[in-house]
Design a protein around this ligand. Structure first.
Ligand code: SF4
Length: 701
């Protein structure tokens, strides 16, 4: 008999509902869930091809130690022993977890609890650091907490949608479809795209601002100044609900229209039109994604945007607000349970002694991390310098996705003990591990994820676990049990973990912060199985969730106000005579991350089959490379060799290259080997854009 199961797409942060149907012969088909409020039945190319990516080819099906098959007991005993020994000999900060926005919330919760509450270190960071941590830091500075105020519906209600650093059409395709459909219904709705490259998203824009990389702070500081000089500031809102306006204006007011033109490279007419649209349109939503976050000034960029929304009071109302789009399916879930080195759990603050004590008492844990741990780039530096003696990597492939990827691989190779939990046997990262632990994949695992608009949805299993693969939370709990914490990690099912997470979110005054999902504390297994998608918060006793934050003008700083942040443009040109081009990395439409799943679908590869570097025709001519010729991209960090794609979509002097391919596809295909490990000073997020590189035709040496 056929079986149809409602679940959630495991790719981007839109979080589309999927109905997976398993036929009698075991064949799987997928379609969009018409009842899911994120997508109402739509799926993009990646979501539609999910059934083509779930075969067992290349799967890791058994634990391995040193390349030989081992029993679970043997592998878990070894991992527990090595972590215990490292902690005993070198202290808790000698161990680290590097986890992933691919983990389910329940996996994330257990990993965070074990590291922070039982090892006593905060050395747990995630590949979400590479995705949205500048937004987290910007939200905390402005709002006093990491809260995304908006909903997808706001994008449909807005009269002006600004997409900055976001190729929505390729990176959040179903949300793009919703915006495009809204614009078709209401032709008066305007779309402004801010991106150095003419992306597919820019094709639908009323105005495309091809700014120079990393000049967003100048653009939005100039807008802030323009709002003031044109009496467009909502003085009542600013007085009642914000602080810091004068300091922010003192910084932004020095950024003249002429300086913005000079920094951004825009034409005066374009800039004037953008400022006019923002000033005269009441319902404005500004979406931002990796083009904003993945920058050495990412947090300042976020706050420059937030300043403009706060100055106009365009936040907390339908069709208005700043909106950070998460890249990964569960980047938001990781934030909720504190799966970052500088966060605690349930949105409580690691730097707050009261919060630390509250979480420790709730967990009944012997210790609690006292200080922030190592963020992704610093974490791998600590691996490289020998400070980390035992490292556990879960559901991610840092040898391909981290900046300065060659150095990351060398660090992992040199680490005394490395465990990797993954679905695949052969990745650039697994080949460097001492112990491999087989994890469950999409369709096999069960839990929850949270999308960009704070909507929690179930991922449900519809396939049997293959071989000896087990859930990541189970692996963590088994290691915890072997380290003497059996009672604290005695979970029999993910529902029990979700229930505990919900209870913690409502524990003592944690609930007063409006993040709690206490309505789901003590949830029975069958209720968890039937859990319909909902947005947090959902405290006990409230019939339905609030869907909009800051509607009453209240924020989370001690005075209840939002804060303007004084931001100033910084120097952004990194090129020199030897490295005259600016490289931006990003995604393409039909691949996901390092292609360990989407790479299995021939249909998806038919869109773009090979790694490439997109160049302006005149740049290509000057360096002497023809279309589809091989081009070598080099920085002091490393080099990559890919096909040249010559288009007028690139600005002169700039190069775009996707981040998906790895050296298993072709030698020197990893573009992140070229990207240096430069980070934002507030968030620690690596700057995967605006890299100074040389480009030349590839010659066999
Ligand atoms: Fe999956 Fe994102 Fe596509 Fe939706 S838009 S189907 S979540 S990849």
């Amino acid at each position: 008999m056929k079986k149809a199961v409602k679940t959630t797409c495991p790719y981007c942060g839109v979080g589309c509902g999927v109905i997976a149907t398993v036929a009698e012969d075991g064949g799987v088909s997928v379609r969009g869930d018409p009842d899911h409020p994120s997508n109402y039945g739509r799926l993009c190319s990646k979501g539609s091809a999910l059934a083509e990516t779930i075969d067992l080819d290349g799967r890791l099906l058994h634990p391995e130690i040193g390349g030989r098959q081992a029993s679970w007991d043997e592998a878990l005993d070894l991992v527990a022993g090595k972590f215990a020994a490292a902690i005993a000999e070198h202290g808790p900060d000698s161990v680290a977890f590097y986890v992933s926005g691919q983990l389910l919330t329940e996996d994330y919760y257990v990993a965070n609890k074990l590291m922070k509450g039982f090892f006593g270190s905060a050395n747990i960071d995630t590949n979400s650091r590479l995705c949205m941590s500048s937004s987290v830091a910007g939200h905390r500075r402005a709002f006093g907490a990491d809260t995304v105020p908006g909903t997808y519906e706001d994008l449909e209600l807005a009269d002006l949608v600004i997409l900055t650093g976001s190729n929505l059409a390729w990176c959040h395709p179903v949300l793009y479809q919703r915006v495009a459909a809204a614009k078709e219904k209401r032709p008066g709705m305007k779309i402004v795209v801010i991106d150095p490259r003419r992306t597919m998203t820019a094709d639908v824009a009323d105005l495309h601002l091809a700014i120079r990389p990393d000049t967003d702070v100048a653009l939005f500081a100039g807008l802030f100044s323009h709002l003031v000089s044109n009496n467009a500031v909502d003085q009542n809102y600013v007085a009642a609900h914000t602080s810091g306006f004068a300091d922010a204006f003192a910084a932004a007011g020095t950024v003249s229209f002429g300086e913005v033109l000079e920094r951004t490279g825009l034409a005066a007419m374009q800039l004037r039109e953008f400022y006019r649209l923002f000033t005269t349109t009441e319902k404005v939503v500004t979406c931002y994604s990796q083009g904003v976050n993945q920058s050495s000034s990412g947090t300042d960029k976020v706050n420059a945007i937030l300043n403009c929304h706060l100055a106009t009071g365009r936040i907390g109302r339908p069709g208005t607000g700043p909106f950070s789009l998460t890249g990964q399916p569960n980047a938001m879930g990781g934030r909720e349970v504190g799966g970052l080195a500088n966060m605690l759990a349930a949105h409580m603050a690691l730097e707050d002694a009261g919060d630390r004590d509250r979480v420790r008492r709730f967990w009944g844990s012997p210790v609690i991390a006292e200080k922030p741990g190592l963020k992704a780039v610093d974490l791998f530096r600590a691996v490289a310098d020998g400070s980390i003696k035992a490292l556990w990597i879960m559901a991610t492939n840092p040898v391909v996705s981290m900046p300065d990827a060659d150095a990351v691989e060398a660090a992992i190779r040199a680490c005394p003990f490395v465990v990797v939990s993954d679905v695949l046997k052969e990745t650039d990262t697994t080949r460097n591990a001492h112990v491999l632990m087989p994890s469950l994949g999409w369709g096999e695992k069960s839990g929850t994820v949270t999308n960009s608009e704070r909507r929690i949805s179930r991922q449900r299993a519809f396939l049997d676990a293959p071989g000896e693969a087990r859930a990541d939370w189970w692996q963590l709990a088994e290691v915890a049990r072997r380290m003497g914490f059996a009672e604290d990690f005695a979970y029999a099912a993910p529902s029990e973990i979700f229930s505990e997470h919900a209870a913690l979110s409502a524990f003592e005054n944690a609930g007063s912060r409006d993040f709690d999902i206490g309505a789901h504390a003590g949830l029975a297994e069958d209720a968890y199985d039937g859990l319909a998608p909902f947005q947090w918060p959902q405290p006990a006793g409230r019939a339905r969730a609030e869907t909009r934050f800051f509607a009453d003008g209240g924020f989370y700083h001690a005075d209840g106000k939002a804060r303007f942040v004084a931001v100033e443009p910084t120097e952004t040109n990194r090129t020199d005579a030897d490295h005259p081009f600016t490289l931006n990395t990003g995604r393409i439409r039909d691949q996901w991350h390092t292609m360990t799943r989407t790479g299995k679908s021939a249909r998806l590869s038919s869109h773009i089959a090979e790694p490439f570097a997109e160049l302006h025709p005149r740049d290509a001519m000057e360096i002497g490379v023809g279309n589809a010729g091989l081009v070598e991209i080099e920085s002091p960090q490393g080099r990559a060799v890919v096909r040249a794609l010559i288009t007028g979509r690139q600005a002169r002097g700039s190069i775009f290259a996707p981040m998906h391919w790895n050296d298993r596809f072709a030698a020197k295909a990893r573009i992140d080997a070229v990207v240096p490990a430069v980070t934002d000073r507030f968030s620690g997020q690596p700057a995967s854009k605006n890299v100074a590189v040389a480009a030349r035709p590839f010659k066999v040496r």
